[in-house]
Design a protein. Structure first.
Length: 199
């Protein structure tokens, strides 16, 4: 656990030390946010094993989908005042620290909606994804699984284009009935992150 935590701190420090000029690359026009995150997720319902506990760290890429949404008539009623409307890609890796020492990796695909109040930007997000875990459980027959996840949290902008984020996240993963058993593993916990926003 200490090795995992130290590794995450090193990754975060390296990201924070990147000079702003280094982020001035030729980016896709729709790229709104780039960031890193880490967290702690837990499922207390595994049969015949201790709690499933994982410590994820990952990259967050947020793409502005306002121009796309504006093409639909209903958008002016639902999304007119949105400060943040993103399609978010979250590739991640995670150390599984319970019930056994193992590893997860995968990628989440989420939609995110938020509204800014001063320096705070509360948001909700939800989506799906794909992951692989080396942890064997009685709930899942396969190690390749699909994700369904949702959460709520807030950004705090300490500079105009830089923010820290805090989020409560629920994440379910299962194999979509490709093989039995398929009871699923339901984890929940908190994420903390740092993001840079492009104007």
């Amino acid at each position: 656990m200490k090795v995992i935590f130290k590794s995450y701190l090193v990754i975060l420090c390296l990201f924070l030390s990147i000079p702003q000029k280094a982020l001035s690359f030729q980016k896709p026009e729709s790229l709104k946010e780039i960031g890193v995150f880490a967290g702690l997720l837990r499922d207390r319902t595994l049969s015949e094993k201790d709690d499933y506990v994982t410590v994820p760290v990952g990259l967050r890429l947020g793409f502005d989908i306002k121009p796309l949404i504006k093409k639909f008539k209903f958008s002016k009623y639902i999304f007119k005042k949105a400060s943040l409307l993103e399609f978010t890609v979250e590739p991640f890796m995670a150390g599984v620290i319970s019930p056994d020492s193992n590893f997860e990796t995968g990628c989440g695909l989420l939609s995110k909606y938020g509204y800014k109040f001063g320096k705070f930007l509360p948001f909700i997000d939800a989506g799906t994804g794909l992951q692989y875990t080396t942890q064997h459980t009685r709930e899942e027959a396969t190690q390749w699984c699909f994700q369904v996840q949702a959460g709520a949290g807030s950004y705090y902008f300490f500079e105009e284009d830089k923010a820290v984020s805090f989020e409560y996240r629920f994440r379910h993963f299962s194999n979509n009935d490709t093989k039995e058993p398929n009871k699923g593993v339901d984890t929940y916990g908190f994420y903390i992150g740092f993001s840079y926003f492009f104007n």
